[in-house]
Design a protein around this ligand. Structure first.
Ligand code: 0X9
Ligand code: ZN
Length: 305
């Protein structure tokens, strides 16, 4: 059903996940955390039998197409792998949700005469009372220094934080799911694009968590695995240092509010040549380097807790 030489619809992703569940009974199953504003299922696949849990999401921002592609590729990887080398999946359970913002994603795919305007959509597709502008930036909508740095209170802005923390059903669904599993959840990874970076908290300011060095150690091990695998360079550090300060993000919330020790955000390929329009021919190689990074980050963090 899915291939990794093209970008696919949210429906295709759902069908692929159903297919995985039917074919890999016992080791992987689908799960749902809720529904989007337009009623789309927020569906993912969990693989593994372990007590130590890892969360992976993609598609928070609509136009960052390589992100859902890589997360569905991770589903392929971990579902196939569980047959042979089961070690990682005996100790861990990995939750993978490819498209957290399916309404936005489908909007960017809806093309037509408004192609350019739609293809570069970033936000959700919720209505804003009193404004004709649509949507909020899901990665400014989490309750972690909400509305402070790097976000806007203007519903027409691309970085609109929303009318209140968790105003969006998509971010609420993620919040409720993760809060229900905090006892076991050890790692949070979110995939964005582009610029080839790997962030450790915090992003809202240059403040660092007490265990910053440990998180940096794990991130650097991930970065090294990428370099070994594809030769690609990813910069490692705080988003507030490497990119800009921005509050209300999922990574900061996972770390500071949900108490998930290891929290990371990836910016996938490339460094700007194609940007959001990354050629689908790069999905497979991006996936390969990210599998190496995720494997390494999971195993190298497990030594610590
Ligand atoms: O601004 C963002 O949300 C991310 N960059 S993107 O170009 N994909 O929009 C960076 C996220 C870093 N983490 C936080 N800002 N919390
Ligand atoms: Zn993004």
């Amino acid at each position: 059903p899915l291939t990794w030489t093209a970008y696919h619809s949210a429906d295709d992703h759902h069908q692929y996940m159903d297919f995985i569940e039917q074919n890999y009974k016992g080791l992987c199953e689908t799960f749902s955390i809720g529904t989007s504003t337009e009623g789309r299922d927020l569906r993912g696949v969990k693989c593994g039998l372990g007590k130590r849990e890892v969360w992976i999401d993609g598609g928070i921002h609509a136009r960052e197409w390589v992100s859902p592609a890589v997360v569905s590729c991770l589903i392929r990887e971990y579902s196939q792998r569980s047959v042979n080398h089961q070690d990682l999946l005996r100790k861990h359970t990995i939750y993978m949700l490819p498209i957290l913002n399916p309404d936005g994603y489908e909007y960017t795919r809806s093309g037509g005469s408004a192609y350019r305007r739609r293809r570069f959509w970033r936000k959700t597709r919720s209505r804003n009372p009193g404004s004709s502008c649509i949507g909020a930036d899901p990665n400014r909508n989490f309750d972690a220094h909400w509305g402070e740095t790097g976000s806007s209170m203007d519903p027409c802005s691309d970085i609109y934080a929303g009318s209140r923390p968790f105003s969006e059903p998509e971010t609420r669904a993620l919040r409720d799911f993760l809060l229900g599993r905090v006892h076991a959840m050890k790692m949070y990874i979110s995939f964005h694009s582009y610029s080839q970076m790997l962030f450790v908290p915090y992003a809202f300011s240059k403040e660092r968590p007490a265990d910053y060095k440990e998180l940096l150690r794990v991130a650097k091990a991930g970065e090294k695995a990428i370099r070994r695998t594809s030769g690609k360079a990813y910069r490692v550090g705080q988003a507030s240092q490497l990119l800009y300060e921005a509050a209300g993000g999922s990574d900061d919330w996972a770390k500071s509010k949900a108490g998930i020790k290891y929290s990371f955000t990836f910016e996938l390929r490339d460094k700007g040549r194609q940007g959001f329009l990354l050629s689908a021919s790069q999905i497979e190689d991006t996936c390969t380097e990210i599998v190496a990074a995720v494997d390494t980050m999971i195993t190298t963090s497990a030594e610590q807790d």
